[in-house]
Design a protein around this ligand. Structure first.
Ligand SMILES: [Zn+2]
Length: 131
């Protein structure tokens, strides 16, 4: 990974951090405003929707920031561009499009499949034998 690429990644990290900070203070201000005014129910529904949207963006940015930081750490160790799961080199085109990625496309797809699958933590209830 070249110094220029690292700089690009660092700039992306700074941008993401700034955006996160902005959204968090926006959310805080919103919560304060609502607490102070004791909002009525019609506005509340719209406000909740807006807040959930903002929260979702914050979560996405947090994940992105974590990925950028992982990629930067990998770069420090000279392992940038290597999939952290299978250890294979990541497709350069994928890296160009998403410089903060730390997994190859195959592992990413596998990860997404497992994330979308509902965890079966709760097995179906066993039928009790009634006598
Ligand atoms: Zn992989």
């Amino acid at each position: 990974m070249s110094t220029e690429e690292i700089k690009k990644l660092q700039a992306e990290r700074d941008r993401t951090q700034a955006e996160l900070k902005r959204l968090r203070s926006y959310l805080e201000a919103e919560v304060e405003r609502i607490t102070e005014s004791g909002e009525d129910s019609v506005d509340a529904a719209a406000d909740i929707y807006e807040r959930e949207k903002t929260l979702a963006i914050i979560q996405t940015l947090e994940r992105k920031l974590a990925a950028i930081e992982r990629a930067l750490r990998a770069a420090e160790k000279g392992g940038y561009g290597i999939c952290e799961i299978c250890g294979e080199p990541i497709d350069p085109a994928r890296l160009a499009a998403m410089p903060h990625t730390t997994t190859c496309i195959k592992c990413q797809e596998k990860l997404e499949r497992t994330q979308h699958r509902k965890p079966s933590l709760f097995p179906p209830p066993r039928r009790t034998e009634s006598t």
